[in-house]
Design a protein around this ligand. Structure first.
Ligand SMILES: [Zn+2]
Length: 178
């Protein structure tokens, strides 16, 4: 399948954003994409090189790029993503994902590292935990726990740091369900 660039922003200079007007030449690339159907789809993309005519721009020329295929990339962003998710979410090994998608091991590994950071950098959900110190305050120096005579069976003392089936009358706060 032969591709030509449809995205008009591809001829915007990556350095200064000026839309280039003069073509310097053509570059043929063969970016790899997710396979389509049983047979893989062979892509041939005829990229244009442009002159940047902005006098103050440091970049004299550039090759066009589109979001799915950034400059220098040999595979599409969605193929890269698919490889990463096979390892991160589907439990595939790097070797297996590389074999299945016909990409190299380092490509899968690098994509996986990027995708993993999305998880490790994500904010943890807030968890409300009643800490030991708060329990001490509630219990007036001791841990809350079933004490003899308060009607809770088998909870003598309770495990340290946990309020088990007890409520205190000293603070008036009741943390238990009856
Ligand atoms: Zn420029």
């Amino acid at each position: 399948m032969h591709l030509v660039t449809a995205d008009e922003t591809a001829r915007a200079c990556p350095s200064c954003g000026t839309f280039a007007l003069r073509v310097k030449g053509l570059v043929r690339t063969r970016p790899r994409d997710l396979s389509y159907g049983e047979r893989g789809l062979e892509l041939a993309w005829l990229k244009r090189r442009w002159y940047c005519h902005e006098p103050d721009c440091v970049r004299k020329s550039f090759t066009e790029q589109v979001p799915q295929i950034p400059a220098g990339a040999r595979i599409t962003a969605r193929l890269r993503r698919a490889a990463a998710l096979r390892v991160r979410d589907a439990g595939s090994t790097v070797v297996q994902a590389a074999r299945d998608l016909h990409v190299s091991w380092p490509t899968v590994m690098s994509a996986f590292r990027t995708a993993s950071r999305e998880v490790t950098d994500a904010e943890l959900p807030e968890v409300e935990v009643l800490g030991v110190d708060e329990l001490r305050e509630l219990g007036g120096g001791g841990f809350l726990g079933g004490q003899a005579g308060d009607g809770v069976d088998g909870l003598d003392g309770g495990p340290a740091g946990f309020a088990v089936g007890a409520h205190t009358s000293t603070t008036g706060i009741d943390h238990t369900e009856h």
